[in-house]
Write a protein that binds this ligand. Structure first.
Ligand code: HEM
Length: 461
């Protein structure tokens, strides 16, 4: 049954008035959004939030239209404001400064370049995972999210931010960003509340931003005039600045531009990856059959030795598990856009200035798009399956011009982290009650932070 009302050939979006949705939003915002997505079932939904009335587009055709026409549907407006306040006008912005950022950074993330770095990634991951030996020997529980954050931050910073960021700076950036990401949640969920109105988490957020600014501007000061050699994010940005003082339209390629890009790159490369990996542990706990297959594959491939780049092509099931994790829990769960000119989506007229929300979380859970959408089944991604799937049935990394540049990095990194941990230990979860429930902030993460007891396996040295 289509929920859209037709009048004179023009379709209207399905309306969800505030008085109906508010109680649900207060109880559990994600569940309420999921409910709206399910009821609208691929039709455009209009969310009446009082001051703001965004449309939610979930049908793969509609998602495709918005993401492929990135000049018409831009990252701006109320929903983007909290992120824009933090990341400014760099790779997460729009226009000329975004284009310059993308041109400067993309060469570092091509498949070819990333493949040259994978050996270094594997070594760093092996070293960081090895530090879990202590707690494992003592049967001491470790926080799953803290362990993932530590491993991912070290890898990304060492491999992609280069030698110029000191270990002391890395130690400061991790917790500062964590505070910012967590506390951003209220602003993100209630974007129409004016900045002047204080909200929970504001102070920790400001402190986190201050620390990030100190570190990032400190780096800019040290290297701005002579970035020196290096194939890393920071050096690439400094070089772009030295080579191009101003854009054609006269925007200054400033220290602020470098800082904005560093914060954006740090945010996109660490938080997403560690959160995605945190989902693995409660998921394996609830799916012992999947866990068994995963353990078997890793055992057979690594034979109790350290995981290296050469093992990656053989870790096919590990890869499927990662893909399925990102289907059910796409950590970047909401992409807000604003229409720049009048248009129509699925026959519904769109006015200039209209907010349109895209959410892989919703599309990935539509029964009209996915068979048994709530079931965790990595075999959906088995070789030969899904050939007839719509390109935008599955889009955890977005699409169009703004498609994630770190997709290949993530895929390799996730396989390496999972295989490294499971080639050394068997996990046991503590303090966790199934099923894993998602909680939203800037990313989507498990509402409980499971504690891991890691039982050491015999290893070949
Ligand atoms: C689980 C891991 C990741 C997920 C789910 C993810 C998801 C996404 C999504 C959905 C977008 C598009 C946002 C939009 O259209 O508004 C995006 C953009 C981006 N991602 Fe990722 N990402 C991940 C990991 C990474 C990593 C590891 C890096 C870098 C090493 C990275 C760098 C970026 C950048 C720079 C952009 C902005 C691209 C642009 O606008 O031109 N991401 N990511």
């Amino acid at each position: 049954m289509s929920a859209t009302v037709k009048t004179n050939g023009i379709r209207k979006p399905r309306n969800f008035p505030l008085y109906k949705t508010l109680p649900g939003f207060i109880r559990n915002p994600l569940k309420e959004i999921e409910h709206i997505g399910r009821v609208a079932d691929g039709d455009l939904a209009r969310l009446d939030l009082g001051a703001s009335k965004p449309l939610i587009a979930t049908h793969p055709d509609h998602v495709q239209k918005v993401l492929r026409n990135s000049g018409d549907y831009v990252r701006a407006g109320t929903f983007w404001r909290p992120l824009h306040g933090l990341m400014g006008d760099g790779i997460l912005g729009e226009g000329e400064l975004w284009a310059l950022s993308r041109r400067s950074l993309q060469p570092l993330f091509t498949t070819r370049n990333v493949n040259t770095l994978v050996g270094r990634m594997a070594e760093t991951i092996d070293e960081a995972v090895g530090e879990l030996d202590g707690p494992a020997r003592d049967r001491r529980p470790v926080s799953a999210s803290a362990a993932m954050i530590r491993i991912v931050n070290r890898t990304v910073l060492r491999v992609f931010f280069g030698e110029k960021v000191s270990p002391a700076e890395i130690e400061r950036l991790g917790p500062a960003f964590e505070a910012v990401a967590t506390k951003l949640v209220f602003r993100f969920l209630l974007p129409f509340v004016p900045e002047a109105v204080p909200m929970p988490g504001d102070r920790a957020y400001r402190r986190g931003v201050q620390i990030m600014d100190e570190v990032m501007y400190g780096l800019v000061e040290r290297y701005r005039d002579d970035p020196g050699p290096g194939e890393d994010i920071f050096t690439a940005l400094c070089r772009a600045r030295t080579e191009q003082g101003h854009t054609e339209q006269g925007h200054e390629v400033s220290g602020r531009w470098i800082r904005d890009n560093l914060v954006a790159m740090f945010a996109t490369s660490t938080e997403t990856t560690s959160t995605a990996l945190t989902w693995l542990w409660p998921t394996l706990e609830s799916h012992p059959d999947v866990a068994r297959r995963l353990y078997d594959e890793i055992e057979q491939v690594t034979q109790g030795k350290s995981v290296t780049a050469e093992h990656l092509p053989q870790l096919a099931y590990t890869r499927q598990v990662v893909q399925e994790l990102l289907r059910l829990y796409p950590v970047g769960w909401l992409f807000p856009r604003v229409a720049r000119r009048p248009d129509s989506i699925g026959g519904v007229p769109i006015k200039a200035g209209q907010s349109v929300l895209i959410s892989p979380y919703l599309t990935h859970r539509l029964p009209s798009v996915w068979d048994r959408p709530l079931v965790f089944d990595p075999d959906r991604f088995a070789p030969g399956r899904g050939a007839d799937r719509h390109r935008y049935a599955y889009f955890p990394f977005g699409g169009g011009q703004h498609q994630c540049i770190g997709m290949h990095v993530f895929n390799l990194e996730a396989q390496l982290v999972i295989a490294s941990i499971l080639s050394r230990y068997r996990p046991e979860l503590r303090g966790f009650t199934a099923p894993a429930a998602p909680r939203i902030g800037a990313t989507i993460r498990p509402s409980q932070d499971p504690k891991l007891i890691l039982h050491p396996l015999d290893r070949v040295r």
